[in-house]
Design a protein around this ligand. Structure first.
Ligand code: MN
Length: 239
């Protein structure tokens, strides 16, 4: 076995440190990390509507817990975990792509993934938009997913079939085609080279205060009453 600098680093400092070192080594000129007293590197986006705007499908109380505690807590944890690390120089999307293939960084993936998942989630419920897909997105749904009604039926079935905590997604694959996938825990489709277009949170914290164990009824109401399909359409890649 050839002794390289990397194996020496591994022997000396362990795999987690190696991952960070390798990450830094690949960066031509990593910017200096901000001092600890500076503002947080990652900032939770403001909710783009009042916390009452999604009721009764998602109550004010659920939004207060879900956005104000769970999602906020993920940003706080991500800032702690990435402090003084190369990850602090990346975007959320870049962190998710990288940490998805580095097993030692699962803890960072959990927090970055959930921070990003919930960014996607809240924004797609922006009130005032169309409750149905149209235009180029609808044409693709008709051609590739069997129509809009079937898309919603299949998203609901996928959400109901998810065991444990996770997310149901409408994604766009690398080849441009639409698909429905589930991801476990805090994973995001970007980690599998898929673009997330619509994300349904199937963690119990997303619905239990309002719907108790009726996950399917909650997901059906989200799809029928909350999704702003203009926001979903904006996420479609054209290349
Ligand atoms: Mn959630």
């Amino acid at each position: 076995m050839t002794i390289t600098r990397r194996t020496l680093v591994l022997a000396a400092a362990g795999a987690a440190t190696l991952a960070a070192s390798a990450a830094r080594a690949q960066a031509p000129a990593a910017p200096a990390v901000a001092p600890a007293a500076a503002a947080p590197r990652f900032v939770q986006p403001a909710l783009p509507y009042a916390d009452t705007a999604l009721a009764p499908v998602i109550s004010q109380r659920t939004v207060q817990f879900h956005y104000g505690r769970h999602h906020a807590g993920q940003y706080a944890a991500l800032n702690r975990l990435t402090e003084n690390r190369f990850y602090a120089t990346l975007s959320l999307e870049q962190i998710v792509r990288r940490a998805s293939i580095i097993p030692e960084d699962q803890a960072i993936l959990n927090q970055a993934g959930q921070a990003l998942n919930h960014d996607i989630y809240w924004r797609q419920f922006t009130p005032g938009g169309p409750k149905v897909a149209s235009g180029a997105l609808l044409a693709r749904i008709d051609a590739e997913m069997g129509g809009f009604a079937k898309l919603k039926t299949d998203l609901l079935a996928s959400a109901n079939a998810l065991f444990g905590s996770g997310w149901t997604w409408l994604v766009q694959n690398a080849d441009g085609k639409l698909a429905i996938v589930n991801t476990p825990n805090g994973n995001n489709p970007l980690g599998r080279n898929q673009t997330p277009l619509l994300g349904i949170d199937v963690w119990e914290h997303a619905y239990y205060l309002d719907w108790e164990n009726a996950r399917g009824d909650h997901v059906r109401a989200v799809l029928d009453e909350l999704v702003n399909w203009s926001v979903v359409a904006e996420r479609l890649r054209t290349s």
